[in-house]
Design a binder for this molecule. Structure first.
Ligand SMILES: [Mn+2]
Length: 366
């Protein structure tokens, strides 16, 4: 029994110092995993780099890490759609990534390898795969056949899983894997982890190996593929990748935001590698006070996680509290303060809704 590591969409990026440090820390973890597990191969299934320029720029960083791997661990890398960004007529294989140049697969429909303990069909990202019926490869023997590819498998389409980035790739038919006798399809491109068995083939998307952008929720994984007479796999979470978290915070009319203490308690369950989106919404009388509070909270939370993103949907209705209609409303409202603490939030929200209505009425009169 041998073990391979299937990793996808690492998106190594030099966009900023933090992005570079963070994305490389995930590669470091993958290399540590390979050492500890005595892996036979690592399969980088596309979008290993965020763009061709990132690949060129970060090749030394990549090579230094690959150099740590024991000689018994082979490395294969297929081009994804992101390696084509800014490619011009350049070839990845012309650069020294510390990988045997013929293990970098690009610019061909596919490449076939006979390895110790498994066969490998490597399919780089392409605009179409329709000619697969003509692909010729050796008769399947006893060894398991593993494919690595970057794109969408049409049969994996469930409502709502693709966004514009993901639907940019061309689709493959699951029949491609059936026809070519594939037992395990190591897929890249879809950033959420999902897998499904179709007949004899396991189609596995481990998801992006790191948080690449907003809304990539949940742990990030690589897949460990155990291959012998039988084939099994397990998704291994990557600690260094952290998680994306989104928290909605309410700004009240006076510009106060939820207390820092509550957020700090929540942060106890977070990892320093996490990325958190704080989105603020509410109606305020004075934006300067509200933004001061928001800024303070964001700065405090930056001590707990790698990145704090901030979205503000704050409406300003200045001077409304001095309007006669609003004054009456606010007087009534303050008299209705509920006794039960769990109802206070609803009561506060009623003030925002009421004041919004007031504003509409006042503006309509003008
Ligand atoms: Mn990707």
């Amino acid at each position: 029994m041998i073990t391979l590591l299937h990793c996808a969409d690492l998106h190594l990026s030099g966009r900023s110092d933090d992005e570079m440090r963070y994305s490389l820390s995930v590669l470091d973890e993958i290399i540590r995993l390979a050492e500890a597990r005595d892996l036979r191969a690592i399969l980088f299934c596309g979008d290993t780099f965020d763009s061709f320029n990132d690949a060129a720029m970060m090749r030394n960083e990549f090579r230094n890490r690959i150099a740590i791997l024991p000689k018994s661990c082979d490395v294969f890398l297929i081009a994804g759609n992101h390696e084509d960004i800014g490619r011009k007529d350049r070839a990845l294989a012309a650069y020294d990534f510390g990988i045997a140049p013929d293990h970098i697969i690009e610019g061909v429909p596919f490449k076939y390898f006979t390895c110790e303990g498994f066969d490998l069909l490597a399919i780089p990202h392409s605009h179409e795969y329709r000619d697969y019926a003509e692909w010729r490869m050796p008769e399947k023997g006893l060894r398991k056949r593993i494919a690595m590819a970057h794109g969408i498998v049409t049969d994996m389409v469930f409502a709502g899983i693709f966004d514009s980035e993901e639907s940019s790739a061309s689709a493959m038919d699951v029949d491609l894997f059936h026809k070519l006798g594939v037992d395990y399809a190591a897929m890249g491109h879809i950033h959420a982890a999902r897998s499904r068995k179709f007949g004899a083939v396991d189609i596995v998307y481990p998801g992006s190996a790191r948080v690449w952008r907003k809304n990539e929720f949940g742990p990030r994984y690589v897949s460990l593929v155990h291959c012998g007479d039988t084939l099994t796999y397990e998704l291994q979470p990557l600690e260094s990748a952290g998680e994306f978290r989104s928290i909605h915070l309410f700004v009240d009319f006076d510009g106060n935001v939820e207390t820092l203490q509550e957020l700090q308690d929540l942060a106890k369950g977070w990892s320093p590698n996490d990325r958190v989106l704080l989105s603020f919404s509410g109606i305020v009388e004075d934006e300067v006070i509200a933004r001061g509070n928001i800024q303070h909270l964001v700065e405090e939370m930056q001590k707990y996680v790698r990145v704090v993103d901030c979205e503000e949907h704050v409406e300003v209705v200045s001077g409304i509290a001095s309007q006669l209609l609003a004054k009456k409303f606010l007087k009534r409202w303050s008299e209705k303060k509920p006794e039960e603490p769990e109802k206070v939030e609803v009561w506060k929200r009623a003030r925002e809704i009421g004041l919004m209505k007031m504003r509409d009425i006042i503006e309509a009169r003008r």
